[in-house]
Ligand binder design. Sequence first.
Ligand code: GLU
Length: 330
Amino acid sequence: MRRTDPFRTLRPRRAPGAPGGTRGAGPRRAHRRAAVLALAGLALLAAACGRAGSPPVKGPQPDQLPVYRVATGFELTDSPTWRAAKSRGHLVVGAKEDQPYLGEKDPASGVYSGFDIEIARMMSASLGFAPKTIAFRTIASANRETALQNGQIDYYVGTYTINDLRKRQVGFAGPYYIAGQSLLVRTDETDINGPQDLAGKKVCSAAGSTPLQRIQRDYPKAIAVAYDTYSICVDNLLSFQVDAVTTDDTILMGFAAKAPDELRIAGKPFSKEPYGIGVPRGDTALRFALDDAVEAHEKNGDWKKAYDATLGLSGVPAPQPPPVDRYPAS
Ligand code: GLU
């Protein structure tokens, strides 16, 4: 059985394609950090080796994943995005690469896996493109709208919350899942049990994300720290640079499942984050085609099979998928 590298998602890294450096945190103490990370690494290795009390570290198993039927003779000539992909011969899809069970990139093979990646593959099959031919591009939270606006990607699948503000810049098919904002802390943390406990605490989230905005707006006494990715936040949590990481429960559960001795979720979700497939704003033909595709794959069992083989590994059984919101063109 292939074992997922427990260090991979916890290693510090810059988000590819993200402009500028990290923001908001003070200077790093490299030696202390290295020592703490080494310790955390040892603990993770012990967990991965099945130390008593620790669940084994699991990853999506390729043989458990559905094979999606590729639509033949499919045409979507009203969609400029589809036409461009057709003449190119493949789709270019934006995703995350450091979110366990959602969007992860294997550093050795370059292969992407996770629930969002499976959604991207289902969409591709419905649009008449073999999922194997998708070129995935890692795009950080803060850069999604620009990537869709400037044609860098055809669509985006990566824990992307649908909201009215973003709908002014991009279109959304779906939703295909509803997450909720939550908090991740170290297991030794006793003070933080919900967002009400964040006054004076350093809370890390991704730049350009809805959880960061919510903390800044609704919990102004918290000290918000923003980086490009959540894996950098988790690294900072493990090395005692911040007190908590906040984002969707789906993402946090993945990190917690990979390091159960070091990390735990604190409290209950305190928002609704409906996940959509981001498309270029004016391309209503593509948006409606993807709405149809989401419904079809929910109905034929692909959605549940994909969930069980990926995000379900974080420990939450598959919920009922939410109804698709086919909002009119504006
Ligand atoms: N779902 C939230 C958002 O779209 C947080 C996760 C993310 O940054 O991708 O902002």
